[in-house]
Design a protein around this ligand. Structure first.
Ligand code: FUB
Length: 326
């Protein structure tokens, strides 16, 4: 059901945007998306077509107002450790500063996660000199818990290189989990208070099925692929993510931010385009899903546009699956 004029429509159309991480800072809505380049590149399983060079932060006074592009907030040229592919970012406000947390490939072609800071939610952001020690892979989602602790959920298979770290160091020829192998989950680490490092060694999270068994690699309708997000509802932790190859956004619940999580269901059916990536945000007591599809480019996988829609969640936290084109 669509009830707002901007709902399920591209929020901006002068640039391609994807992977929206939405937050309310100081009563205003900010969206931290990837900025897809208008390039004609062939699709490959390594994500070589996603050649993003910078970030633009979007802002809206309300869900019904115009969505403003605040210009370049951080460019790959200004990140000393990075070479290319500025993929899905997130942001957090802490210590009176705004921190942009983002992945990019370093000069050796390995995805790492970096942090940049600003006095403004829209930047410009100044990058730290190096990536977070011990970080790897993509799609960081930062969760600021009620007790002040700040967690990072991250990681993505295939082009996101997550499976290449199973031995503890980078091996590009590492075999992917398959069949009855336990599926990889997202990575989880806690940030230091100054946002410069992880205080704990990152761990791979487990998602269990209804019988309490870890999801298997072959369970592609439910297992984790990329794009984690965390929201909290009535004291429980809701991990949501993309299933990649089957194009669903699913969720799993735990009493602990570090899991284990139990699979609960689907948040959204597939959108136009291969990737699906989202954030979940409460605004004035209502829940919203920010997501992307490829409507603007009529289906091009790497020319996407961010949108939002209302999310229905009952008192027990059960989420009604969004059918994006109904
Ligand atoms: O935008 C590049 C990649 O596509 C993201 O990191 C993934 O989550 C997928 O949306």
């Amino acid at each position: 059901m669509i009830s707002r004029p901007n709902e399920r429509k591209p929020l901006v159309s002068h640039i391609y945007t994807a992977d929206p991480s939405a937050h309310v800072f100081g009563g205003k809505l900010y969206i931290y998306p990837s900025h897809d380049e208008d390039l004609d590149l062939p699709d490959d399983d390594d994500g070589g077509q996603y050649m993003m060079k910078d970030y633009h932060i979007l802002s809206m006074d309300s869900l019904d107002s115009e969505c403003v592009d605040n210009g370049v907030a951080l460019s790959v040229e200004d990140v000393p450790w990075a070479e290319k592919q500025m993929w899905a970012p997130d942001a957090v406000f802490v210590n009176g500063k705004y921190y942009l947390v983002f992945p990019a490939k370093d000069k050796e072609g390995i995805f790492r996660i970096g942090v940049a800071e600003s006095d403004s939610p829209t930047g410009p952001f100044k990058s730290q000199d190096n990536f977070i020690e011990g970080s790897y892979s993509i799609d960081p989602a930062v969760f600021h818990d009620d007790d002040g602790r700040i967690y990072c959920y991250y990681g993505g298979l295939w082009g996101g290189q997550l499976e290449m770290w199973q031995s503890g160091s980078f091996n590009k020829d590492e075999k992917r989990p398959e069949g009855d192998d336990k599926a990889l989950g997202p990575m989880f680490a806690e940030f230091s208070k100054d946002m410069k490092s992880f205080v704990s060694k990152p761990v791979n999270l487990v998602i269990l099925d209804e019988k309490g068994e870890p999801l298997k690699a072959s369970d592609e309708d439910r297992r984790y692929f990329e794009g984690p997000w965390m929201h909290k509802f009535k004291g429980k932790y809701y991990l949501s993510y993309s299933t990649g190859t089957t194009h669903y956004i699913c969720y799993a619940v735990s009493d602990d931010p570090a899991g284990p999580f139990t699979y609960k269901g689907r948040i959204m059916e597939p959108v136009l385009g291969w990737t699906t990536h989202h954030s979940v945000l409460e605004i004035n007591g209502e829940w919203y899903l920010f997501y992307h599809d490829s409507e603007l480019s009529k289906g091009n996988n790497h020319k996407r546009c961010v949108k939002y829609t209302r999310l229905e969640m009952d008192d027990d936290g059960n989420i009604t699956t969004v059918k994006p084109y109904d």
